[in-house]
Ligand binder design. Sequence first.
Ligand code: NAP
Length: 252
Amino acid sequence: MHRVAVVTGGAKGIGFGVVQQLYEDRFSIACLGRTKTSGIKNLIEQSNGKVQFIPTDISNVEKIKESIDNVISKFGRIDILVNNAGVAPKERNDILSTTPESFDFVVNTNLKGTYFMTQTVANVMLKQDKTDFPSKIINVSSMSAYTSSINRGEYCISKAGISMVTTLFADRLAEYGIFVYEIRPGIIKTDMTSTVEEKYNQLIEEEGILPIKRWGTPKDIAGVVSVLSSPKMCYSTGDIINVDGGFHIRRL
Ligand SMILES: NC(=O)c1ccc[n+]([C@@H]2O[C@H](COP(=O)([O-])OP(=O)(O)OC[C@H]3O[C@@H](n4cnc5c(N)ncnc54)[C@H](OP(=O)(O)O)[C@@H]3O)[C@@H](O)[C@H]2O)c1
C-alpha cells in the first residue's frame, strides 16, 4: 500500500534520521524544509521518486499551505505528519532580557508553525479516502516543555505550547481515526546542540544528569517515530513519549 509521510525539517539532524527510518519502513516521504543537504540529495537520488524535497518555511502560514498543496499534487495523500522543524534562540539570554524579536522568531517557528502545519494537514487527512490504518500526527517537542532553562525562556514556552497542540488535536481528531502524539527528546547530538557540547558532556559524564549515560542520537528519536507510525499503535492518542535517557525521572 502507498503510504505517505511528511517530515518537516527533514534534511538534517533528528528530521533526517526520521526520514531515513520511514524510508526503511517503506513510506513515500515528502521532506519539507528550507535547505537541501547532501544527505537528503543522496537519498532522493536512490529513492526512485519515493523521497522528494518540498520547500517550506513553517513560520509563514501561506508557505505551509503552499507546501502541503505541493505534497498533495506530488503524492496524492498524507498518512503521517512529523512536526520536527524547530529553532533555538539565536542567542541565549536571561529571561529578564529576552527580546521581543527573539520571542517572535522562536514562537512563530516552533509553536505557531506546528499549530498551523497540524491544522493544514489535519484538514487534508479528514477529506481523503480512509485506509485500514490510522493516520498519525507526531509532534517533536522537548524536555524543555517542562524543564526551566532561564536563559532561553522563549524556547521552553514554545515547546510547552506544543504539548497543548498535541492534546487539543488528539481530542479533536480521535473520532476520525487520526491519532496525535508528542515525542520529548532529551539531549540529542545535532547541529542544534553543537554550541553547548562541552556543557552537556560535563552534565552527562561528570554530573550524572542522565540515568542512561550517553547523548541521544537522531536514530533514537527515529525509532520511536517508527513505532508510533505503526498501525500496531491503534488505541492510544494524546500520549507523550520521553526519549531522553531517563532525564524525566525524579531522583533522590
Ligand atoms: N537536538 C536536541 O538536543 C533537541 C532536544 C529536544 C528537542 N529538539 C527538537 O528537535 C527538532 C529537530 O532539532 P535538531 O536538533 O535536529 O535541529 P537542527 O539540526 O538544527 O535541524 C532543525 C531543522 O528544522 C528546520 N527548520 C528550522 N526552521 C524552519 C522553518 N522556519 N521552516 C522549515 N524548516 C525549518 C531546519 O532547516 P534549515 O537547516 O534550513 O534551517 C533543519 O532542517 C527541533 O524541533 C528541536 O527543537 C532537539
